[in-house]
Design a protein around this ligand. Sequence first.
Ligand code: NDP
Length: 277
Amino acid sequence: MDRYAVIGHPIAHSKSPQIHAAFARQTAQDLCYDAILAPLDGFAATVADFRKAGGRGMNVTVPFKLEAFALADRLTPRAQAAGAVNTLAFGGDGILGDNTDGAGLVRDLTINLGCTLTGRRVLLLGAGGAARGALLPLLAEKPAVLAIANRTAGKAAALATAFLSGAGETQLSACGFDALAGRHFDLVINATAASLADEAPPLPPGLYAGGAFAYDMMYGRGDTPFMAAARADGAVRVADGLGMLVEQAAESFTLWRGLRPDSATVLAELRRQLDAG
Ligand code: NDP
């Protein structure tokens, strides 16, 4: 039986084993998928042990995505752009590092939620790992405008500079939250960690254009603080990041097994469990 695992610290909360077990059942793949807690100073050694024991691939979560980037022998272009790795594939020619988070976000937005990005005005809030990982897949959708706004404006500016050469026709810019006053967007994506502190990012009012969509990478039961604030400020549709979680897992599964699972049924089951509490 082929072995896979998610590695992190902490890890007990991870939904990845449940998601991948469902994908494996669905596609009749003979594999097992565990959760592995690595010591904070023992990421590379834990990966090496898993590989030696016959492991075929790993998902990597907080706080090891940068170490996984450094560990990989080869990187996909999207992992290179993200500067972080959430998926490792072990082969005879070494370790391949990929980053499926941004692709998972874009699949959730465009396929599950039917939100068009092409030609739209998109605002990305945050300049941490999740925002960085989202930039290349978002730019590939060719939005008219992609503005990055962050509490620390300098970090947003650095991200915009790093991605400018790949922006094509998209108007890529960066600023702090206050400088958004008077601007309007069709889609606002929250990639800040503010929801973890039960807060919404402090945004000026009136950001949402008619029919606008608000998306929080964070997920949970009911609205996150960002989703509630977005509704109050005029967003017509809001969604959380549960679909992104399932879609990034589906991307990893596809890389490892060469076939794409049906993410919709797995997402529906996870949503049912989350809502049931
Ligand atoms: P990082 O720690 O790398 O970045 C955190 C970002 O949030 C920074 O831009 C930081 O701003 C900003 N921030 C933190 N607190 C606040 C606040 N109170 N108000 C405004 N801005 C704040 O985190 P990640 O990028 O890894 O993760 C961000 C979010 O995305 C998390 O909620 C995470 O759970 C979610 N996520 C979801 C995934 C999914 O599959 N659904 C996958 C990956 C991430 P500053 O630079 O000023 O410090």
